[in-house]
Design a protein around this ligand. Structure first.
Ligand SMILES: *Cc1c(COP(=O)(O)O)cnc(C)c1O
Length: 368
């Protein structure tokens, strides 16, 4: 029998969340972001779950090629653009749209022998200070791109640093929008603005955030970008991580549990041992007291997470025994809550799902 740990991917929830993104940003076309192996869900599943998107966006050139081989015929966008001259040929060969965020990438395009049209996305740095041209440098970058015969459409894009806060003390969305307006003035073409946080704030910013394209990622996987919970945003979890108890210990008061003997029992108690550890992608920094569900009952982690196992307090679940089902995250136990307890974010837990975890799908409406 295989180890009981498994991840279940819910394609119907992916479709539901995509519909939420569309409802939040009416009039915008949607790039479904499938970088990092569709946030740990598997590239092919991302392609199927988001078949209704207007395009798929990612950062890995080899995965863009794979999406073509898997049969994706719609638009594909490289969010970090090309990395060297050899990538230029891929743009034409596979029909990839490319972000252009620095002068070096324009150099590559100018020197390439492009025998056909390509579409590019000129990235403006509006304060995130990661990738992109400063607002005042965008007109010149745009003119250089315009002068390349093979360049067809040029979309203007930027990325929000604090999309969960309109009025962030350091850099709110309003300020980034203001800078974008300055840099984009007089440049025509489509606009691509919002990640999940921006998509979910469209209404609050009443039109100021409207754009031709949006680029949601985490919300499509049922995670919150921050601000409110995924449930409050009307999102459904797309990944369930479940396992079972493979051992139960009855321990005396004063006994310790796990590596480092970090947890000490204050009273006699039953401890369950779950087949799931950090080599599966469960956060090793999850603290004593982190949430977990056994037999449908909420309880807590005890002691350190080890490579293949973690331990849980069975006090609230007296009927639990070897074989009892354990929910690590999923419906009823939000991945964001588990992440918070471990000092991280849902994004990281999804992306960290390890290759050894068996993945199955459930799809309530396979042709939906
Ligand atoms: C990852 C990414 C997104 C999606 O961000 P989420 O917070 O997951 O919605 C959007 N745009 C760019 C440029 C990205 O790199």
């Amino acid at each position: 029998m295989p180890r009981p740990l498994r991840a279940t991917i819910h394609l119907d929830a992916m479709r539901h969340n995509l519909a939420r993104a569309r409802a939040c940003a009416p009039g915008a076309r949607v790039w479904a972001v499938v970088k990092a192996d569709a946030y740990g869900h598997g590239l092919a599943r991302g392609m199927r779950g988001f078949a209704g998107a207007d395009g798929l966006a990612l950062v890995e050139t080899e995965n863009a090629v794979r999406l073509r081989e898997l049969g994706w015929t719609g638009p594909l966008l490289l969010l970090e653009g090309i990395f060297d001259a050899s990538d230029v040929a891929l743009l034409r060969q596979y029909g990839l749209e490319s972000t252009v965020h620095c002068a070096e990438q324009i150099d590559l395009l100018e020197h390439a022998n492009l025998n056909g049209p390509i579409d590019v996305h000129l990235k403006m740095n509006t304060g995130m200070n990661r990738l992109g041209f400063a607002p005042h440098a965008c007109a010149a970058a745009h003119a250089r791109l315009r002068a390349i015969a093979a360049v067809r459409r040029i979309t203007l894009m930027t990325h929000f640093a604090n999309a969960d806060e309109l009025e962030h003390p350091h850099l709110g969305m309003r300020e980034q929008l203001r800078r974008f307006g300055v840099g984009a003035a007089g440049i025509d073409g489509e606009r691509s603005l919002s990640n999940s946080g921006g998509v979910l704030r469209q209404e609050a910013l009443a039109g100021a955030l409207a754009s031709d394209w949006v680029r949601p990622g985490i919300m499509l996987y049922g995670g919150t970008p921050g601000g409110r919970s995924a449930l409050e945003f009307g999102l459904r979890p797309t990944m369930t991580l479940s396992s079972a108890l493979i051992g139960v210990q009855q321990i005396d008061a004063g006994e310790f549990v796990g590596y480092g003997s970090r947890f000490r029992a204050e009273r006699p108690m039953r401890v369950g041992v779950v087949a799931c550890g950090y080599a599966d992608g469960y956060p090793r920094h999850a603290p004593h007291g982190g949430p977990v569900q056994v037999d449908g009952v909420r309880t807590t982690l005890v002691g350190r997470v080890s490579m293949d196992m973690l331990a849980v307090d069975l006090t609230p679940v007296p009927g639990a025994r070897v074989g009892s089902p354990v929910l690590l995250w999923g419906a009823g136990l939000p991945i964001d809550e588990v992440a918070n307890a471990a000092g991280t974010i849902g994004y990281e837990l999804m992306c960290a799902l390890a290759p050894r975890v068996r993945v199955t799908e459930d799809d309530l409406e396979p042709h939906g």
